[in-house]
Every structure is written in structure tokens, then in C-alpha cells.
Design a protein around this ligand. Structure first.
Ligand SMILES: Cc1cc2nc3c(=O)[nH]c(=O)nc-3n(C[C@H](O)[C@H](O)[C@H](O)COP(=O)(O)OP(=O)(O)OC[C@H]3O[C@@H](n4cnc5c(N)ncnc54)[C@H](O)[C@@H]3O)c2cc1C
Ligand code: FES
Length: 274
């Protein structure tokens, strides 16, 4: 937390070490911070490109690593396009971490069913690293992931790594398959028909594009998940990230301060949640 004399809007410097192409529209950027950087899974940062602008992102690397961190960025508009053109050695600014992430202490002794789509796997990768670290305290982890095409599927090596870990299972689907694709075809929610969970012990986690968040949540409710055990990572347009400007308001919540992770029962009555 900032002391009285610190400027809460002042970024610290990070140097781009490496860029990994994940898909035609998505790249992972590995940053080395000028000082140790700690965050909790699901919290977000504001990443500044000098003279261009700032945008919120959720680190996609393990929170247990403090001398480097990854941010996985989808090319969506002006700032993210400029970020996609960066080369190693570039210096950027970071504010944060901000917000409320995943309450992983509540996942102990649970079956965790994760539904993710597109670039929504970025925050989930950071969560998965934490779940791997605490796997002895979990019952099981099922990751369901959907992308538009096989080419759009990000973190390809992660899936084979997870499938080798006891208690972890992954299922993937694409909207449009090619001749080499041997997994599921259809929207991400179809994967939930192939999952077995003990509802008495399960929590659901949903992160992806708004339409997937909506139908994924409805499907989990239909399966019998309680509203207070469905965790949603909400992405609203943001500015300060600090609960001061009001840009991210969703009904009575500031998403930057009270979220971005909420349970469904916390947000279900708020306007325009999807
Ligand atoms: C808490 C949080 C975490 C996020 N984490 C990631 C992440 O890990 N990886 C990633 O690729 N993206 C993430 N985003 C979305 C990312 O912030 C936007 O894609 C980015 O701000 C777009 O900036 P731009 O200038 O390139 O696009 P703009 O030119 O500003 O807009 C292009 C399009 O993106 C939409 N957009 C703009 N800002 C946001 C926003 N904050 N959230 C959603 N859509 C937006 C606009 O409505 C427009 O449709 C996150 C957003 C939030 C709020
Ligand atoms: S982004 Fe300013 S209040 Fe949330």
C-alpha cells in the first residue's frame, strides 16, 4: 500500500525481456520489474506505454515469481496494437497491483471447474499456477477452454503439462475446426456437458468474453452450482484503477476496487453485468 508521501499514480519501470506469439492476435510479454513485484492471482495492473496510453491487464504468470511477470495481451485497439509492436528492451510503466483477486484459500478441499475462452485464459493461467502449488489441498481441477479456431488457442504447451499432473484435467473446444483438430467442436459451454463434478464440493470459475461469461454462468447455475460459488472475473473499461474516477462503475460497485473478481450472487442484480 502507498504511504502518504508516495504518488499513487506514479508507475514503476519494467523492461520487456521477451515476447511470445500465442496466436495471430495474442502475445505474451515477459517483463523484468525495476524492483520486486508481488501480486495475488486475479488482481490487475495498469500498464503504461510512454506517450501512447495506459490499459488494464491481469498478469498471467505465477504470483510466486517476483523478479519477472507475464502479461498476455490481445490486440483490441490503439494501445494494445502499439504494445504488439514492442521489441525486447522496451521500457514501460506499471501501476498496481489493484483490486480483489481469487480467494484461493476458499478453494481448499474443493473441485474447481474453470470455464475460459479466448484471452480470458490469461488470468486463469496465473490461477492455475497457484492451484498447482496447492494441489495436495485440492480435490481436482478441471479446465474447460474454448477458442475460435485451433490457431487461436493460446498457451498450447500448458494443456499437455496440466494433463500430466495428478488431479488436473483439461478439455478444449474450437468454434471452427481444421483437419488436424481431434478435440471438441462448438462453443466453450458445450464442454460442461462432458464434465463430472461433485456439486457438494465444487466451485466454478468463469473468465472470458462477455457472451461466454453469461452463458457459462447460466449453464453452471443449471448444473446446480450455488450462486455464491461461481467466481467471475469482470472486465469493465477503467481509468484510475483506484476507486476514484468512477469509470468502471457497475451498479453499486467499482469494478477496479471491489473486483475484478466477484461471485455471481454479488453482481447478479447489478445493471449491464455482461
Ligand atoms: C481488470 C481487467 C483486466 C484485463 N486483463 C486483460 C488481459 O490480461 N489481457 C488482455 O488482452 N486484455 C485485458 N483486459 C482488456 C484490456 O484492458 C483492453 O483490451 C484494452 O484496454 C484495450 O485498449 P486499446 O487502447 O487497445 O483499445 P481501445 O482502442 O480503447 O478499444 C478497443 C476495444 O476494446 C474495448 N475496451 C477498451 N478498454 C477495455 C477494457 N478495459 N476492458 C474490455 N474492453 C475494453 C473497447 O470497448 C473497444 O471495443 C483487461 C481489462 C480489465 C478491466
Ligand atoms: S477505474 Fe476509476 S474508479 Fe474504477
Amino acid at each position: 500500500m502507498a504511504t502518504r508521501s508516495e504518488n499513487i499514480y506514479k508507475p514503476f519501470k519494467v523492461t520487456l525481456e521477451k515476447v511470445i506469439e500465442e496466436s495471430p492476435l495474442i502475445k505474451t510479454f515477459v517483463f523484468v520489474p525495476e524492483r520486486e513485484f508481488r501480486f495475488k492471482t486475479g488482481e490487475f495492473i495498469e500498464l503504461t506505454l510512454d506517450g501512447i496510453g495506459e490499459a488494464p491487464f491481469t498478469p498471467s504468470s505465477s504470483p510466486l515469481v517476483t523478479d519477472r511477470f507475464d502479461v498476455t495481451i490481445m490486440k483490441a485497439g490503439y494501445v494494445t496494437e502499439k504494445m504488439h509492436n514492442l521489441e525486447p528492451g522496451a521500457v514501460l510503466g506499471v501501476r498496481g497491483p489493484f483490486g480483489r483477486g481469487y480467494p484461493i484459500e476458499d478453494f481448499v478441499d474443493k473441485e474447481i471447474l474453470i470455464l475460459s475462452g479466448g484471452c480470458g485464459l490469461a488470468p486463469i493461467r496465473s490461477l492455475l499456477y497457484m492451484l498447482i502449488d496447492m494441489k495436495d489441498k485440492l480435490r481436482k481441477v478441471v479446465l474447460c477452454y474454448g477458442s475460435k479456431t485451433p490457431e487461436d488457442c493460446i498457451y498450447k504447451p500448458l494443456f499437455s503439462e496440466l494433463n500430466k499432473i495428478n488431479k488436473f484435467q483439461t478439455l478444449r473446444t474450437v468454434d471452427l475446426a481444421d483437419q488436424y483438430w481431434e478435440e471438441h467442436v462448438g462453443v466453450a459451454t458445450v464442454l460442461l456437458d462432458h464434465v463430472e463434478v461433485d456439486l457438494a464440493k465444487a466451485v466454478g470459475v468463469v473468465c472470458g468474453p462477455p457472451v461466454m461469461m453469461k452463458y457459462g454462468t447460466l449453464k453452471l447455475l443449471e448444473m446446480g452450482f450455488p450462486e455464491n460459488l461461481i467466481y467471475l472475473s469482470m472486465e469493465k473499461n477503467m481509468s484510475c484503477g483506484l476507486g476514484k474516477c468512477g469509470r468502471c462503475m457497475m451498479g453499486s460497485y467499482f469494478v477496479c476496487r471491489d473486483g475484478p473478481v466477484f461471485t455471481y450472487d454479488e453482481v447478479k442484480g447489478q445493471p449491464n453485468i455482461w
